[in-house]
Design a protein around this ligand. Structure first.
Ligand SMILES: NC(=O)C1=CN([C@@H]2O[C@H](COP(=O)(O)OP(=O)(O)OC[C@H]3O[C@@H](n4cnc5c(N)ncnc54)[C@H](O)[C@@H]3O)[C@@H](O)[C@H]2O)C=CC1
Ligand SMILES: O=C([O-])CC(=O)C(=O)O
Length: 256
């Protein structure tokens, strides 16, 4: 039985817990104090709530971050310095290049989950021949942008048609929209980097989906990809596919 540590106890963590593959169990959950009683009630002795990953005396088979960019910055190094395997969904944390370097040079294994998008393998292959441009657009409902920096750029209650409210680099997008633009960072890290990857963020009152569009061109030819994802019921910012990419990382533990 593989025993993992989960970081976070929000919408994505719940989706992962519900779909945990056979042969994988959760041993520890790093969560805010206000979640600890609920974790104890739900899991009893099977999973311990922790304040810090370092409070775990054993070696988890995988540490699965499903929390926030802040959690990656807060715990990432401590996890990797123990030689543990860390898989992160909040890839936008790596928009902080000093943090990225520290995490990449630490002892343990760092995996970037594919999250809400697909096609990173093809983009990375295309990069080997040279990429000319990579443009990423995220289109979500106004509800998905609520509570984000978008509220300072656009009146989400008043928009009647699709509107691009942000254009910039992947680094800017990932930093300004930490719960909404991790995909921009994932694409940037697979392709031409945080500063050269162009990002457009759009609010569309006519959609209930989180649609990710990737356009890349280079020596290989051209890639156009559109992924129209259903958001999680508990968090319209987060696509179901992002949670499923974390489930896949759990399943891979049983397939080695
Ligand atoms: N790579 C990708 O494609 C995607 C990445 N994400 C990332 O996944 C994260 C989680 O998504 P959801 O579960 O939907 O968000 P959520 O807001 O529903 O839940 C986040 C949970 O993490 C906990 N948390 C946050 N920071 C923490 C910390 N430092 N220590 C302990 N607990 C902490 C919160 O208390 C909450 O329980 C997002 O914030 C975003 O960074 C989300 C969607 C797609
Ligand atoms: O889940 C999504 O659709 C994308 C997302 O929130 C992110 O990139 O952080």
């Amino acid at each position: 039985m593989k025993k993992i540590m989960l970081i976070g106890y929000g919408a994505m963590a719940q989706a992962v817990i519900e779909r945990l593959p056979e042969g994988v169990t959760i041993g520890w959950i790093v969560a805010r104090t206000h979640h600890h009683a609920a974790i104890r009630t739900r899991f009893g002795d099977r999973a311990r709530p922790l304040l810090l990953p370092q409070d775990c005396a054993e070696t988890p088979d995988l540490v699965l971050e499903c929390a926030s960019q802040q959690a990656v910055a807060q715990y990432g190094e401590a996890v990797l310095h123990r030689g543990w395997h860390l898989a992160i969904i909040s890839t936008g944390a790596l928009a902080d290049s000093a943090l990225e370097q520290r995490l990449r040079h630490a002892d343990g294994r760092l995996t970037l989950l594919s999250g809400a998008v697909a096609g990173i393998d093809g983009l990375a292959a295309a990069k080997e021949g040279g990429l000319e441009q990579v443009v990423y657009r995220s289109r979500k409902s106004p509800a998905s942008w609520r509570g984000s920096y978008a509220e300072t750029l656009i009146d989400l209650n008043a928009i009647r048609e699709a509107q691009i409210f942000f254009e910039g680099s992947a680094r800017e997008a990932a930093r300004l929209f930490p719960a909404n633009a991790n995909v921009a960072a994932t694409i940037a890290l697979g392709g031409v980097g945080m500063d050269a990857t162009r990002v457009q963020l759009m609010a569309d009152p006519a959609t209930q989906r989180n649609t990710h569009t990737l356009h890349a061109s280079g020596l290989f030819g051209e890639l156009r990809l559109e992924l129209s994802g259903l958001p999680l019921a508990d968090n319209p910012k987060t696509s179901t596919l992002a949670a499923l990419s974390a489930v896949r990382a759990c399943r891979e533990l049983t397939q080695r």
